[in-house]
Design a protein around this ligand. Structure first.
Ligand SMILES: Nc1ncnc2c1ncn2[C@@H]1O[C@H](COP(=O)(O)OP(=O)(O)OP(=O)(O)O)[C@@H](O)[C@H]1O
Ligand SMILES: Nc1ncnc2c1ncn2[C@@H]1O[C@H](COP(=O)(O)OP(=O)(O)OP(=O)(O)O)[C@@H](O)[C@H]1O
Length: 549
């Protein structure tokens, strides 16, 4: 269905080609998972399938890509739209109409599908993706996850024979992600649709993949069954890390298979409580931020309802909850620039002065109290090069800055980004790393991160955890709004769960997520009822057990 014949892609300002002499065949009805580190070329590979690369991205494509027999060199994306449906990383980028219903119908209109069929498919898709209540909503009024659902729905309605999904679940809550992926799997099994998915949260997708396409770097592409590729790959979901640590063979890729193999491991770990998942930072007694009765409404519809929240220095809090439950709205209200219908926010200053409401300060002063990295980080990038962005951040931080603080953070999160690169040309993960670096340079006392792990690979997430640990150790309060349960298991001391604008759970991470069918990480599911969250806890417990003998 898809063939790559000696394909190389070279972008103008890069020394090396992103893809080099790639040969690849994807059969009809196959679901292939595309994996690789940030910036390695996954989006480029996917973009070549519908001609987006190089028709829209620039650069040069050598060799030949065909889809359903059509050569993409001679067919721009528009002429492939009846065969290939594409969902890109940023849903807003792809929207062409104004409302949910219009967007779901748009692709079908272009293909001149009869109105009665269109109606039926729109209704089916609204139900499938839980969008029925939002059908008349303007797209820009939706939460990030709701937008991603629409983007996926608008492609599914056209019933393409090839689906190309670039991180389709990055903004979805865990249940929505599962629903979308099982719907896609149904299309594969029942209709023979061919699917390519690039995804960093492998824990969500490995069990659905027929085959894994691995980009190890250097423009190379290798493929094989998941159980083989993950035996040695440098990126692996927790289930694979656990399987490797326990020497399970063949490597299980579903929770069910892993649980079957895990009985001896459970016995070995025994009844003792696991070692802590995180290095305990000492939490300060007095809160840095106190929010009381925060309410946020849009056109009088409440998104956040009278929420009370206290944030302590040294503590990392994860903010979780379904798409549209009010997480982003709460963060922006705390930071001061978002709408707040009522309620108060008080943030203590570093010098022990009178607590202030960030909403009442100048933007620069507010940013030293509360920093927020938004869900679409590109909103904060407006200069011409990476170097200019970093310099600007250093200038706005402490008294002028030394000119290298922002670069240091960036290099930890995503090494090797050239100063001269235009921020627009960075991969999604690289953009996020840049914005994080810029915000963290101002060293605010309260750091709010909205979905920071979108587009980050495991290595970058590990770095982000170290950065976050560092912030907590310096006595800052950190809040991370996220759907990434594996990240929460490793990064958070406390979990706050929102539902329909209210806080419905608040407690230590282990207590809140271990027994939750939605929020439990893979290790917890595999080892239940033992309260383990991370592979690291398991390997440490095993090592301590060895020493004890
Ligand atoms: N239009 C472009 N012009 C110049 N360079 C580009 C362009 N698009 C991507 N690149 C560069 O090519 C490399 C591969 O980018 P690509 O987006 O394919 O990576 P990726 O594996 O999808 O990354 P991520 O996991 O972060 O999405 C990156 O170094 C990126 O900076
Ligand atoms: N500008 C707006 N106008 C109208 N409604 C809005 C607007 N922004 C958000 N909403 C609605 O408010 C509710 C809360 O949105 P919010 O973005 O805070 O949710 P969230 O928990 O961050 O979601 P996600 O996990 O999908 O990012 C949602 O139902 C959303 O549709």
């Amino acid at each position: 269905m898809i063939t790559f014949d000696q394909v190389s892609v070279q972008y103008e300002d890069m020394a090396e080609p992103v893809l080099r002499d790639v040969d690849l065949t994807v059969e009809e009805g196959e679901l292939c998972l595309v994996v690789g580190h940030t910036g390695v070329g996954k989006s480029t590979l996917l973009g070549a399938v519908n001609g987006l690369v190089p028709h829209f991205t620039g650069g040069t494509l050598y060799g030949r890509v065909t889809v359903d027999g059509r050569d993409t060199a001679g067919h721009p994306p528009r002429e492939l739209a009846d065969v290939v449906g594409v969902v890109g990383q940023d849903p807003l980028d792809g929207f062409v109409t104004d409302t949910v219903e219009e967007e779901l119908a748009y692709a079908m209109e272009q293909l001149a599908i009869p109105p009665a069929t269109m109606r039926k498919r729109v209704e089916e898709t609204l139900d499938l993706l839980g969008l029925a209540d939002l059908r008349h909503r303007a797209l820009y009024e939706l939460s990030g996850g709701q937008q991603q659902r629409v983007a996926i729905g608008s492609v599914l309605t056209a019933h393409p024979r090839v689906l190309v999904l670039d991180e389709p679940t990055s903004a979805l809550d865990p249940s929505a992600a599962e629903e979308v992926l099982s719907a896609v799997t149904r299309l594969v099994h029942d209709l023979g649709v061919t699917v390519l998915i690039a995804e960093h949260r492998l824990e969500r997708v490995v069990q659905y993949a027929d085959r894994v396409i691995h980009l190890p770097g250097g423009g190379l592409v290798t493929t094989g069954p998941g159980a083989e590729v993950f035996r040695t790959s440098s990126i692996a979901p927790p289930i694979v890390e656990l399987g490797r640590a326990a020497a399970w063979s063949p490597l299980p890729l579903s929770i069910r298979d892993a649980r079957r193999k895990a009985a001896p491991l459970r016995t070995l770990l025994g009844p003792e409580p696991p070692p802590p998942a995180r290095p305990g930072t000492t939490t300060e007694a007095a809160p840095i931020l106190v929010a009381r009765k925060i309410t946020v409404s849009y056109q009088r519809v409440p998104a956040v309802r009278e929420v009370d929240l206290e944030l302590h220095g040294g503590c990392v809090t994860a903010l979780m909850g379904r798409n549209g439950s009010g997480k982003s709205s709460l963060l922006w209200a705390l930071q001061g620039s978002g709408p707040r219908a009522s309620g108060t926010v008080r943030v203590g200053t570093a010098d022990g002065g009178k607590p202030a409401d960030p909403r009442e300060l100048s933007a620069v002063d507010a940013r030293r109290l509360v920093g927020l990295v938004p869900q679409t980080p590109t909103d904060l990038l407006y200069l011409e090069s990476v170097e200019q962005e970093l310099d600007q951040a250093d200038k706005e931080s402490f008294a002028g800055g030394s000119g290298s603080a922002a670069r240091t953070v960036l290099d930890r999160l995503a090494p090797g980004i050239d100063d001269a690169t235009h921020p627009r040309d960075l991969s999604e993960g690289q953009k996020l790393a840049l914005v994080l670096a810029i915000q963290l340079t101002a060293a605010p006392r309260v750091v709010l991160l909205d979905e920071p792990t979108r587009g980050l690979d495991y290595r970058a997430k590990g770095e982000l955890i170290r950065v976050v640990d560092g912030l907590a150790a310096e006595g800052r309060a950190v809040v991370i709004s996220t759907h990434d349960v594996e990240f929460v298991a490793r990064a958070a001391d406390r979990v706050v769960v929102m539902a329909e604008g209210d806080i419905v759970a608040d407690g230590p991470t282990t207590e809140v997520i271990v027994a939750s069918p939605v929020f439990a990480p893979q290790v917890a599911k595999i080892l239940a009822p033992l309260p383990y969250l991370t592979v690291h806890q398991v390997t440490r417990a095993l090592a301590e057990g060895e020493e004890g003998r």
